[in-house]
Design a binder for this molecule. Sequence first.
Ligand SMILES: C[S@@+](CC[C@H](N)C(=O)[O-])C[C@H]1O[C@@H](n2cnc3c(N)ncnc32)[C@H](O)[C@@H]1O
Length: 283
Amino acid sequence: MSYIPTYDEVKLFIEAVRAISDYDFSHYSIKSFTRRIEKVMSDYNFTSINDLIKKVVKDRKFLEQVVRDITVNTTEFFRDPEIWIELKRIIFDRFYDEEQIFIWHTGCSSGQEVYSMLFLLDLIGMMDKAVVYGTDINEEMLEIAKLGQFRAKDVLDYKENFEQVFSTFKYKPKIEDFFDIDQKNQKFIVKERYRNKAKFIKHDLVKDHNFFGVDFHIIMCRNVLIYFDPQLQNKIYNFFYDSLRDNGILVLGKHESIIGELSLKFKKQNTIYFKKTENYSPW
Ligand SMILES: C[S@@+](CC[C@H](N)C(=O)[O-])C[C@H]1O[C@@H](n2cnc3c(N)ncnc32)[C@H](O)[C@@H]1O
């Protein structure tokens, strides 16, 4: 049986981490954070929260490891394919005439979402004008993203996602159009032209601002804020609103939505939010 830390113990851990580092988990949803701490304690054989705290305070490398373990990194190529099919039409209709399009994937994990976007942009002839950022708090995930090398299984398990999106094109693209295949090591390597296009940078949504110096056409933040409490979610949704240009769109995960006053400043279609301003209405 694993040790289940109490609410106060989890808070104590969060305070200790905040005191010794830049990481601030105080507005993460306590329920899922407790589950993650429980897993960390079980994986590293800790039976007391004080021992875990002592270890992270003394050992910076261990702290970084724990931070990596705490963040949930699951992702996939063309996750929720129906959203990508909708995005294909929206991006083409809305942004085809723009000189450049700025896209930001926040909480991009190991990069599959960023590469899915680049594949899609390439297929609709818009990749050259796109500037695409992928950011995450977890540096280890960003290193995987930069390499663009994935186990064959991690690509082929999502074959249906690819197929669903590709079936909407007259010319039926194939998965192999986008990867070099390393048979010996059973790896799929994202083709160089996509790897060169993606800019992966560390960014912490809790404390960093929009340091890119642009307002974005598209911000994707899927399956990230679900782990934050409503107060922090609201703060970040406001930040996204300010970081979008007038005709910009925000894409959230299937189980995420903007509620309250801010929701009036967007038009919503499934998980896609179209920014509204006093001078601009999305349609
Ligand atoms: C479940 S993954 C989602 C990946 C991708 N967006 C998707 O939907 O497939 C959540 C990601 O959010 C990142 N994350 C958690 N807290 C963060 C923060 N404060 N700032 C930036 N990224 C964060 C995690 O490291 C993780 O890679």
